[in-house]
Design a protein around this ligand. Structure first.
Ligand code: PBG
Length: 332
């Protein structure tokens, strides 16, 4: 194939369009938009509580009322949505507290819907925060994950969240068939308008460390490799995305983000569903730690990493930096 000349000059000068900020802005291919940012919030029982999370600098354990305040502030900043994770008062082998309609997450959902009606509320649907063993699924007698029994539990949790007012439920457990199980259950419960944002391609990653401390969800034994994807597997990630799409997912998530930019780009060609990239806790921690040592510029590093996710093809970005980024983007 013959290359088509791009310029009549002697050689191509890419630098022409880089001369000054206005020109660079004009030809910028992707842009960050605060309306496409999603902020994770950690909700715990109580009133008036706002406890810093040591493993996630700048993030807090919030009681439902504080989560509602925060959601309102985020909406005012133009952040697109919040994603709620729960820290229940009690844990048991079945994750029963996750089905409690008076638990911190449903409570926060109701308060947010009331106090900040414009906020889009997404809830994490997974058992790991609610089980005493910390696994994302129920266990059988031999300590193995009981996939199909877990599905019923997840479907009920999704129903509780949807009944409280969540517009989108986000199953992060990686059990097989959960999108279909949740979709059927929601539909049978008359909750046909509740959307499902599935963590379709979720790797068994070392980068979730700070989150597990924040969510108190570290598995008591073993690891998550029997349900989360091997980071080596890209084709399998695409199969997961197709399966979730067929089962009725309305949006899909890929995580971690920065170590899976290739998968975001591939998914962009594979599906027409909105794609969310999750900049996970470990990705945020790397930036925080390096910035603290003065090894990189924190703001530039955050903006560059999020921009790379957009370039790869992500429509939405879940990030702990959502509020800060929204402030930086104000007036742009
Ligand atoms: C729960 C869940 C995890 C994350 C999101 N949902 C942890 C895990 O799978 O162990 C990680 C998020 C992050 O690291 O920021 N299933």
């Amino acid at each position: 194939m013959e290359l088509v000349a791009q310029s009549t000059g002697e050689f191509w000068r890419s630098r022409r369009l880089r001369q000054r900020p206005a020109l660079r802005r004009l030809v910028q291919e992707v842009r960050l938009d605060r309306r496409g940012l999603i902020k994770p919030l950690f909700v715990r029982p109580g009133v008036g509580i706002r406890q810093p999370i040591s493993s996630l600098p700048g993030q807090f354990h919030l009681s439902p009322d504080q989560a509602a305040d925060q959601a309102l502030r985020l909406a005012e900043l133009g952040v697109g949505a919040v994603l709620l994770f729960g820290l229940p008062a009690t844990k048991d082998p079945l994750g029963g507290s996750g089905l409690d309609a008076k638990g911190p997450v449903p409570e926060a959902v109701r308060l947010i819907r009331r106090r900040s009606p414009q906020t889009v509320v997404i809830t994490d649907v997974c058992l790991c925060e609610y089980t005493d063993h910390g696994h994302c699924g129920l266990l059988d007698g031999d300590g193995r994950i009981d996939n199909d029994r877990t599905l019923k539990q997840l479907a009920k949790m999704a129903e509780v969240h949807a009944e409280a007012g969540a517009e989108i439920v986000a199953p992060s457990d990686m059990m097989d068939g959960r999108v279909l199980a949740i979709r059927r259950h929601l539909d049978q419960s008359g909750l046909t308008d509740t959307a499902i944002m599935s963590y379709a391609a979720k790797h068994a990653s070392a980068f979730y460390g700070p989150f597990r401390e924040a969510a108190q969800s570290t598995p008591a034994f073993g690891d998550r490799r029997s349900y989360q994807l091997d980071p080596a597997n890209g084709k399998e990630a695409m199969r997961e995305i197709l399966a979730d799409q067929q089962e009725g997912a309305d949006l899909i998530i890929i995580k971690p983000a920065l170590s899976a930019l290739d998968l975001i780009a591939e998914a962009r060609r594979l599906t027409l569903l909105p794609i969310a990239a999750y900049q996970v806790s470990g990705e945020a921690a790397m930036i925080e730690a390096a910035a603290e040592r003065g090894w990189l510029d924190r703001k530039d590093a955050i903006l560059e990493s999020l921009t790379a996710m957009r370039r790869a093809g992500a429509d939405l970005i879940i990030t702990y930096f959502a509020d800060e980024v929204a402030r930086w983007l104000e007036g742009r």
